[in-house]
Design a binder for this molecule. Structure first.
Ligand SMILES: CC(C)(COP(=O)(O)OP(=O)(O)OC[C@H]1O[C@@H](n2cnc3c(N)ncnc32)[C@H](O)[C@@H]1OP(=O)(O)O)[C@@H](O)C(=O)NCCC(=O)NCCS
Length: 180
């Protein structure tokens, strides 16, 4: 089975029951996030999440949004809320980072390129939009997986962001790669 078989589409509120089922199958209790926070994330203007279906059921998803470098979304946190505007400027700073909050593939379909099929168009769109970085928090021993996709661990200088990272527990790592 090749990655070209899988065509992602935008994640919608109607997908949330299926997303929660995939999430439960992939994560221990400690990482399960609720329907309410996912619904708020989907309603955010910075949301750009994708989903894959198989036989009419959600089988994989990539929850993502346009964010800022060195800014971590805590577990159960909302998408958005950029850094404050620079003095003298209007509004908040423009996003520069594609933030991958959560990616999960139904275990029965693992290793068949579904994750790659979600990531490739996500990075491509980010490149078109002029985002310069992609960032994420690696959990569940996935650091090696992300390194193979070009991400590298990046220390966080800001104490608030380190506290947000700590909501994922021991072993969680902030990682960044360039786009383009
Ligand atoms: C990580 C995950 C999304 C990969 O999905 P997938 O569709 O199986 O990935 P792909 O088929 O595109 O790629 C599979 C490759 O990734 C590797 N891989 C999968 N999980 C890995 C992990 N935790 N660490 C290192 N490599 C991993 C496989 O060994 C395989 O390698 P190969 O291509 O050299 O054979 C999936 O295993 C998953 O849902 N895991 C549970 C949720 C999770 O931990 N998400 C990441 C949190 S940051």
């Amino acid at each position: 089975m090749t990655a070209t078989r899988w065509t992602p589409r935008a994640l919608t509120a109607a997908d949330l029951p299926g997303l929660l089922a995939v999430q439960r199958a992939c994560y221990g209790e400690g990482f399960v996030e609720g329907a309410e926070v996912f619904a708020r994330r989907l309603a955010s203007p910075v949301n750009c999440s994708l989903v894959l279906e198989h036989a009419g059921e959600v089988c994989a998803y990539l929850a993502a949004y346009r964010s800022h470098l060195n800014k971590v979304t805590p577990l159960h946190g909302d998408f958005g809320g950029g850094p404050p505007a620079a003095p003298g400027s209007a509004g908040t700073a423009a996003p520069d980072t594609l933030y991958l909050h959560d990616m999960a593939v139904l275990p029965a379909l693992a290793g068949q390129g579904l994750a790659r099929a979600l990531l490739a168009p996500m990075w491509e769109r980010a490149r078109h939009e002029g985002l310069r970085h992609s960032a994420l928090v690696s959990v569940q021993g996935s650091q090696g997986y992300w390194e193979r996709h070009g991400y590298a661990m990046q220390p966080l200088a800001d104490a608030v962001q380190r506290e947000r990272l700590a909501t994922y527990g021991e072993g969680a790592v902030y990682m960044v790669r360039a786009i383009g």
